[in-house]
Design a protein around this ligand. Structure first.
Ligand code: C2E
Ligand code: CA
Ligand code: CA
Ligand code: CA
Length: 278
């Protein structure tokens, strides 16, 4: 209620008059969706490049829109961020991912980690570590099963606070993955300065491999960099067997993409867990 109150302030802020009616309508619907928690998580498998076994899932949020069906995050996360709504949405995502994982544990299914995306705005909040700790505690879920994905650009701002937050997550036992690696205007120095666990090679670098030799060079370098720094490497957007074969040659740890599995609802994700040995 505190968050939606803060959001309402933004809603009535001056400067909105010039906005197209459709955007205002979408904002109104999104605000309602936050109150009613009209969201759903889809889960995309991350598999071990060597062997192909399920490693874990990335949780991806969808909006159950009253007129447009399931709407993907690319169509509402930016709006949510600009209207003060990403914090309540992110809180729901975290809670739902942990609740689902705990339910799978309680059902006796194999225990795998789930990665949740944190927007820069959520990551910047002073109490983000305490919030995550509280959700884990409320869901009775060991921290080792939760991972957070933070974009490289979010990590580049406010070094001191970033370090404190990352130290806090590390102390909690929550792994951190650098999302969209290589797409930000960043120095590499932060990789040794911060406690991090994984690097996700951005989809844009994987897309044209193995045909494009520049992209092969970039993916090769990122996988080697991750290995030298003792970070796990995850390739995103793997669509073809040839891409997967390249990643295997390079020794990339994990892969994720339509060529392996599309994001799926919890029921289908559960089938992946049931198919795991042990
Ligand atoms: P991302 O973190 O880079 O997530 C991967 C996106 O790539 C997902 O799109 C996924 O469906 C898509 N994808 C996966 N494999 C392939 C592939 O082989 N080919 C192609 N073309 N695409 C693939 P989605 O679900 O639409 O999410 C888009 C972005 O929205 C995510 O990018 C992430 O930045 C953001 N997002 C998703 N869920 C959340 C959330 O709960 N909170 C926040 N703050 N952001 C989220
Ligand atoms: Ca991600
Ligand atoms: Ca990504
Ligand atoms: Ca991306």
């Amino acid at each position: 209620a505190k968050d939606s109150g803060r959001g309402m302030h933004v809603f009535y802020a001056p400067g909105m008059e010039g906005q197209p009616a459709a955007l205002l309508r979408q904002e109104h619907l999104l605000r309602e969706a936050v109150l009613r928690q009209s969201f759903v998580l889809h889960y995309q498998p991350q598999v071990k490049v060597e062997g192909g076994q399920l490693h874990g899932f990335e949780a991806l949020v969808r909006w159950q829109h009253p007129g447009q069906g399931l709407v993907g995050p690319d169509e509402f996360v930016a709006l949510a961020e600009s209207r003060g709504l990403i914090t309540p949405i992110g809180r729901w995502v975290l809670r739902e991912a942990c609740r689902q994982l705990k339910a799978w544990h309680d059902a006796g299914l194999p225990r795998v980690p789930v990665a949740v995306n944190l927007s820069a705005i959520e990551f910047r909040q002073r109490d983000v570590v305490a919030d995550i700790a509280r959700v884990l505690h409320e869901c009775d879920l060991p921290a080792q099963y939760l991972e957070v994905e933070i974009t490289e650009s979010a990590l580049m701002q406010q070094v001191e606070q970033t370090r404190e937050t990352l130290d806090g997550l590390q102390a909690l036992g929550v792994a951190v993955a650098v999302d969209d690696f290589g797409t930000g205007y960043s120095s590499l120095a932060y990789l040794k300065r911060y406690p991090l666990n994984k690097i996700k090679v951005d989809r844009s670098f994987v897309a044209d491999t193995p045909g494009d030799s520049d992209d092969v060079a970039i993916v090769t370098a990122v996988v080697q960099l991750a290995r030298s720094l003792q970070l796990q490497s995850v390739a995103e957007g793997v669509e073809t067997p040839e891409q997967l074969a390249l990643l295997r040659r390079l020794g990339c740890d994990l892969a994720q993409g339509y060529g392996i599995a599309r994001p799926m609802d919890a029921t289908q994700a559960e089938q992946w867990l049931r198919a795991l040995p042990g």
